[in-house]
Design a protein around this ligand. Structure first.
Ligand SMILES: Nc1ncnc2c1ncn2[C@@H]1O[C@H](COP(=O)(O)OP(=O)(O)OP(=O)(O)O)[C@@H](O)[C@H]1O
Ligand SMILES: [Mg+2]
Length: 252
């Protein structure tokens, strides 16, 4: 069976400035894949290309077996995207937001779909209020719920927990894990090393336009020697590995 996402030699420049200089990556079906990178590394650009919102300049990318450049309709059919900034409509209530998307996706029972998602995301009590009255965590949950309308096979989450407090972040992590347990492929971007460490089956580090390291957390850790401090073995954290890889700090 083909991979959920396959990217080869992907290039993208904005006004002559190369942001992606030949990115290669593969995401297996049903896994949680984390794309790590600093501000401006090109994570959102990568997600927007894979979600067919932006054209690539070179290389290839296939999502759910379809080429993003030549088969964007088929790609869109299989995916959903939760962007870096919340996409909820402020005039509608939480429930109405969900019903609207269900109708746009031509689902048979939009109200039922909305009710099920509200329940699953613990938003039933807040369903008839406008999102402007929600906490950051609730808005994020609504945002993710909106992207699950129609049961997409592959979901893109661009910095799903940026700006959330630790408790709300853990709630989102739980949701992401449940999605993957249910067979959904999750492609997430994050600047939080701990998030990748907690969630991802595999991690890729995007730096200066290329994937400079990738693999499972265990594989990444193996690339760095264990440090020993007074008889106590210290495993490098992903943060230390990340900083060492991008050359901001001596490898420990
Ligand atoms: N539409 C655009 N026009 C011009 N430059 C752009 C455009 N979109 C992105 N860029 C530039 O491309 C680079 C990568 O941006 P991108 O938003 O993909 O980074 P990011 O990794 O998502 O960063 P962040 O962590 O801050 O969200 C940045 O230098 C940005 O200024
Ligand atoms: Mg971004």
């Amino acid at each position: 069976m083909e991979k959920a996402i396959e990217v080869k030699g992907l290039k993208k420049a904005f006004k002559g400035k190369e942001v992606l200089k030949g990115v290669d990556l593969e995401v297996k079906r049903g896994e949680i894949f984390a794309l790590l990178g600093s501000n401006g590394a090109g994570k959102t650009t990568m997600v927007r290309i894979l979600a067919t919102l932006l054209k690539l300049d070179g290389g290839h990318a296939a999502v759910n077996g379809f080429d993003v450049a030549s088969k964007p309709e088929q790609v869109r059919h299989a995916i959903s995207l939760t962007g870096q900034f919340a996409a909820v409509d402020e005039v509608l209530t939480g429930r109405e937001n969900l019903i609207m998307i269900a109708k746009l996706r031509h689902l048979a029972q939009p109200r039922q779909v909305a009710d099920d998602l509200l329940k699953r995301f613990g938003l039933t009590d807040a369903a008839d209020r406008k999102p402007s009255t929600y906490s950051g965590g609730m808005r994020r949950r609504l945002d993710i719920a909106l992207s699950l309308v129609g049961k997409p096979k592959i979901i893109f989450l661009d910095e799903p927990t940026t700006g959330l407090d630790p408790e709300a972040r853990i709630e989102v992590w739980k949701i992401v894990k449940e999605l993957a347990d249910g067979g959904t492929t999750v492609f997430l971007t994050t600047q939080y090393l701990e998030e990748a460490e907690q969630l991802a089956d595999r991690i890729a580090i995007l730096h200066e336009g290329r994937i400079i390291a990738g693999g499972t957390l265990a594989e990444l850790k193996k690339r760095f020697p264990q440090a020993k401090v007074e008889y106590v073995e210290k495993q490098p954290t992903l943060e230390e590995i990340f900083l060492a890889i991008i050359g901001k700090k001596e490898a420990i």
